[in-house]
Design a protein around this ligand. Sequence first.
Ligand code: ATP
Length: 266
Amino acid sequence: MDSSHDIKVWSIRNLIPSTHPRKDTLLVREKLVEQMETGAVVPQGLIAHGRGECFDYLLGERTNAFAERSIEAAAALLLLSSYPVISVNGNMAALAPKELVELSKEVHAPLEVNLFYRNEEREKKIGEILRDAGASEVLGVGIDASETIQELFSERRKVSSRGIYRADTVFLAMEDGDRTEALIKLGKKVIAVDLNPLSRTSMTASITIVDNFIRVVPKLTTRVKEMKNMSKDELQRIFQSFNNKDNLKESLKFISERMSQLALSL
Ligand code: ATP
């Protein structure tokens, strides 16, 4: 990246006063814009992020009790899985690369680049971000993505034979519904992070964590560390007692009750 770009990023960061009530949100946006300029994030990724921000607003921008429960179920499933894989897109790599690498190490799940708008340059760029964040290996880059998921027709059908192709559980975020459905049809379990409880991904995944990806990843890693010594039976009990539809219903009820309370307080 040239120095004029560095100066631009520096000056935008410094233009946001530390007292700005939405400073964190603005800094996250800057991170995405920076990575769009490197080619890791596509413009459509910014639009998807905007949709997410809107739901985060409705959810109160915090991890709610229903999300804590799905994080616990997700930690149990990751610990029970024989070959979990973390599917990474541009937004995920831009927002929490170090945290993804930490999760990957904690659950021994490889990181695999899988993109809706795929090209080798983008794959390499995302691989580079993850390696700079500490990943020793990143799957799904170039010819490594040589297997295909028959259920899909877009570029996302290309997967790594060492990764998503043989995974029993796939962790993903900010993903579209087609791909989640395809993975489920292939008999895989899917853990999805999605702020929109109404998306097809949320409705289809085995476990949906209705919360912001940035908050979820470190919390999930912490939960995995805490639950590592639990017996298989105990982990199974936690996973089996989780019902995704019920959890989604809770998130919708939460939004609706929160909106009613806010309307009364105006
Ligand atoms: P579907 O095809 O599943 O119905 P969609 O058409 O909304 O979903 P996309 O726009 O590809 O699919 O997905 C982006 C999803 O990611 C949106 O549901 C959005 O709410 C969510 N999202 C965006 N940013 C975040 C974030 N930081 N954390 C969690 N979810 C996010």
